[in-house]
Design a protein around this ligand. Structure first.
Ligand code: 5GP
Ligand code: MG
Ligand code: MG
Length: 183
């Protein structure tokens, strides 16, 4: 399977590379304004947020520290259960730090709301969430998301860090998969 085949598995491109970079620039400018004069630590949630972290960090015209967490949600099927286990914790002590958690997509929000209460118990100076995409169900969750790229319909999307069975993360665009991929 070569790269051309991979791109052609996308039937519907929701967001192109250019649109994604433009949106991240907007979010970066909001963050620059909101955190002027403060030290910021951005925390990427592995593995999906790798692309967003890399491009958001480079869109930020200021100093920023980067750290990572990996979590797994015990889920049945495709939905997360909200019961979370930490696979890789932060290397950074976030006590009194300004922390922004960066994610690529929030679906039910269960994983993230668990993560936020875990991080909040470590007494950061502030704690906010930045996500590139958000699905409708996420709006029912009780944690506020300060920075959102786009709200999208309840469809399964891939690309730009988002996988289907660990593939498609390396696509530059975000889109939906052709039905033949699933069969
Ligand atoms: P939740 O917000 O439901 O706890 O889980 C969010 C996680 O589910 C995301 O980090 C992502 O790994 C996965 N996920 C949710 N919606 C999608 C989607 O449309 N496409 C892909 N590839 N993963 C998704
Ligand atoms: Mg994620
Ligand atoms: Mg996945």
């Amino acid at each position: 399977m070569d790269a051309a085949d991979v791109e052609s598995d996308l039937v519907n491109i929701l967001f192109t590379e250019e649109q994604i970079q433009g949106k991240l620039k907007e979010l970066a400018q909001e963050i620059e304004a909101d955190y002027a004069g403060k030290d910021v630590l951005i925390v990427g949630i592995l593995r999906g947020a790798v692309m967003v972290m890399a491009d958001l960090a480079r869109a930020l015209n200021r100093h920023v520290e980067m750290d990572w967490m990996a979590v797994t949600s015990y889920g049945s099927g495709t939905k997360s259960s909200g019961v979370v286990r930490i696979l890789k914790d932060l290397d950074t002590d976030i006590t009194n730090r300004h922390v922004i958690v960066v994610d690529e997509i929030i679906d039910t929000g269960l994983t993230l709301s668990w993560l936020i209460s875990n991080l909040a118990s470590r007494n950061p100076a502030s704690l906010e969430i930045c996500t590139l995409l958000r699905k409708p169900e996420a709006q029912q969750m009780d944690v506020g998301v300060k920075y959102v790229g786009w709200d999208i319909p309840n469809e399964f999307v891939v690309g730009y860090g988002l996988d289907y069975q660990e593939r498609y993360r390396n696509l530059r665009d975000i889109g939906t998969l052709a039905p033949h991929v699933y069969s």
